[in-house]
Design a protein around this ligand. Structure first.
Ligand SMILES: Nc1ncnc2c1ncn2[C@@H]1O[C@H](COP(=O)(O)OP(=O)(O)OP(=O)(O)O)[C@@H](O)[C@H]1O
Ligand code: SF4
Ligand SMILES: [Mg+2]
Length: 328
């Protein structure tokens, strides 16, 4: 796979659907969970795209589909112009090298019986890209890149703190110089005090190595810290996608407005003066999503049309994409 020049799309997702089959009710009627239900988005090389939304809206499923950890039900995922669904096993193996994943739990991501240097170097060894002194040098390099020391290579995972372990996981993800790193809640399991350090590390890596990140989190303030653009998901669909500052300064979709108004402000006076938009009702089941706009059961602005007609994600000025009839 050849590298594409800067500015061209690195990842193009079109009409992606991931439906999980389920049995429902005592008759065992068949149904599906529409975890991802028609997502299209494009990522450019070197950007960080934040993906937010409440628990169960399909963020991880979307990230997993990009890595083909789950099989898409429909749609296309093109990485550097190549449709991942059409690749044979050998080509997929090569393409997988281009995409790496960082999960929430650094404890589960590292083999406790392996020296961390061996863990970090393993992908290079497996793909036959380095061995011996060259491998040791590359591992030392990676350790320093993520803010650790070359001498740490000989230690075991239990000798590191949670934050340091996530640094090790990031080092291993970077070993193959991937084009895209999917980070799924990378700081959610960490102490609040070290979250900022890991987020700053990702920013540094983006700047120094040009790494492209798909950054998944349910926490908008975390996503705000690292993202160039932010996509907001609700029940398997993107409802708004905008540049970071535009999204926070002037959110267009009622769901985005509700999420942002739920973030506590540091200044208590500003907090009291602010008009909060409180979401009522539970998130509907993705096995049985509401008709029309899936958000209409919780939207304070819903009108009759919202029940009948699903809004399409459409450009609404200043580069923002919004799926809401009211944004017209
Ligand atoms: N393998 C699976 N089989 C059946 N249903 C699944 C499977 N994986 C996910 N789901 C369902 O798909 C929906 C989306 O799940 P997903 O994990 O993608 O959400 P999420 O946005 O990552 O949530 P969270 O913030 O809690 O991590 C949920 O209803 C979930 O229960
Ligand atoms: S389309 Fe209607 S229900 Fe959906 S977000 Fe807009 S106003 Fe609310
Ligand atoms: Mg998840």
């Amino acid at each position: 796979m050849t590298a594409t020049p800067a500015g061209t799309p690195l990842l193009e997702i079109e009409g992606l659907r991931v439906h999980f089959p389920i049995r429902r009710g005592w008759l065992g009627a068949r149904g599906v969970i529409r975890a991802v239900d028609g997502v299209s988005l494009t990522m450019t090389r070197g950007e960080t795209l934040g993906l937010v939304g409440e628990s169960g809206c399909g963020k991880s499923t979307l990230g997993n589909a990009v890595l083909r950890i789950v099989e898409p039900t429909g749609g296309e995922i093109r990485l550097e112009g190549v449709d991942l669904a059409r690749l044979d096993r050998e080509a997929l193996r090569a393409a997988r090298r281009r995409v790496q994943m960082v999960f929430q739990d650094p404890f589960a991501s590292l083999d406790p019986r392996m020296r961390v240097g061996d863990s970090i170097g393993e992908p290079l060894l497996v793909h036959g890209l380095a061995q011996g002194d060259a491998l040791r040098e590359r591992v030392a390099d990676l350790l320093v890149r993520v803010g650790l020391a070359a001498t740490h290579a000989d230690r075991y995972p239990h000798e590191f703190s949670g934050g340091q372990r996530q640094r090790l996981v990031i080092a291993r993800a970077l070993a193959l110089s991937p084009a895209l790193v999917v980070c799924d809640e990378p700081v959610s399991a960490l102490d609040v005090s070290v979250r900022g350090q890991i987020l700053n590390l990702l920013l540094t890596l983006q700047r120094e190595l040009g790494t492209t990140f798909l950054f998944i989190s349910h926490d908008l303030s975390v996503v705000r810290h690292v993202s160039d653009r932010i996509a907001v998901m609700y029940l398997g669909r993107i409802v708004e996608l905008a540049k970071r500052d535009a999204l926070f300064d002037a959110p267009r979709h009622p769901y985005t407005q509700a999420l942002i108004s739920a973030i506590p402000l540091p200044d208590p006076r500003a907090q009291r003066a602010r008009r909060r938009m409180v979401l009522t009702g539970e998130i509907p089941s993705p096995a049985n999503p509401p008709s029309g706009c899936a958000f209409h059961t919780r939207c304070p602005f819903a009108v009759e049309r919202c029940r009948r007609e699903a809004p399409v994600l459409t450009p609404r000025g200043s580069g923002a994409l919004v799926a809401c009839h009211l944004a017209e």
